[in-house]
Design a protein around this ligand. Structure first.
Ligand code: PD2
Ligand code: ZN
Length: 216
C-alpha cells in the first residue's frame, strides 16, 4: 500500500494544480504552478542550442517566412526527443485538456528579447487558403493552445486577448489554456490573441498546440 502511494506521488507530482477560469467566451483558463521552477529551467536549457528566428504560416502554401509580426526566436522539440521531463509535461497537458498526447504538436519554445512581440493572431488555421489546408491535413484544426511561462520579463510581454479585454501577466511556472474553437468545432473569432512587446528582460514560453485529431 505504501509502495503504491509512493509511486502515485511520483507520477502525479505537479498534477495537483488549480484551474482558474478567466473567461468562458472565449474559453480561457490559467493554471498557477503547472510547471516547477526546475522544469522551466530544464526546458530553457534543452532548447537554447536549437533556437532560430520564428516564422509565420505562409497562407499561399509556400515556405513559412520571417515576419515582423512575430519577432521571437523559437524551436520545436524533435518528435523523437527522449527526455523524461518533456514526456511528463506532455502527459500532464493531456490530463489537463482531456486530449490524448497523440493530438499534440511537439512543444515549441519561444524566447522574446526586449521589444519582441507576437501581434494578435489566431492559432487556428484558415480553411480557405492553401497554406491553411496543408496544415489542416496533418491532424485537423488546432482546437486548443497551452502556453507555459518559463521565464517572466521584468516588464511587458503580457498575453492579450483584445476582443475579450484580457491581459495575462507572465509568471514562471504558470500555464494558460485557451480554446481556439467552440465546443461545436467551429473556429472562435473571440480567441484572437497576441504577445505584447517585452519592455524589460526576456520572456520565455513553451507552447503546445493541440489538434482535433492525431497529429502527424
Ligand atoms: O507569447 C505569447 O504570449 C503568445 C501570444 C500569442 C504566444 C502565442 N500566441 C503562440 O505561441 O501562439
Ligand atoms: Zn498564438
Amino acid at each position: 500500500m505504501r509502495v503504491l502511494l509512493f509511486i502515485s506521488m511520483i507520477c502525479c507530482s505537479y498534477a495537483d494544480y488549480e484551474i482558474k477560469t478567466l473567461s468562458t467566451h472565449p474559453r480561457v483558463y490559467v493554471i498557477p504552478n503547472f510547471l516547477s521552477e526546475k522544469e522551466c529551467d530544464h526546458l530553457i536549457e534543452l532548447s537554447t542550442p536549437m533556437l532560430e528566428r520564428s516564422t509565420v504560416l505562409n497562407e499561399q502554401g509556400g515556405i513559412d517566412s520571417i515576419d515582423e509580426r512575430r519577432s521571437s526566436y523559437g524551436a520545436f522539440f524533435p518528435t523523437d526527443l527522449q527526455d523524461r521531463t518533456v514526456r511528463k509535461i506532455e502527459r500532464r497537458i493531456a490530463d489537463l485538456t482531456h486530449y490524448p498526447v497523440e493530438n499534440g504538436e511537439s512543444i515549441q519554445i519561444l524566447r522574446y528579447k526586449k521589444g519582441g512581440e507576437y501581434q494578435p493572431h489566431f492559432d487556428y488555421f484558415p480553411r480557405s487558403t492553401l497554406g491553411g489546408a496543408s496544415a489542416l491535413s496533418r491532424g485537423g484544426q488546432r482546437v486548443a493552445t497551452v502556453i507555459m511561462y518559463l521565464k517572466a520579463p521584468s516588464a511587458g510581454g503580457e498575453t492579450i486577448f483584445p476582443r475579450a479585454n484580457l491581459s495575462i501577466v507572465p509568471k514562471k511556472g504558470t500555464a494558460l489554456l485557451f480554446y481556439n474553437c467552440l465546443e461545436n468545432g467551429q473556429e472562435d473569432p473571440l480567441s484572437l490573441h497576441g504577445g505584447a512587446p517585452v519592455k524589460g528582460g526576456e520572456k520565455w514560453i513553451a507552447t503546445k498546440w493541440i489538434r482535433e485529431g492525431v497529429f502527424y
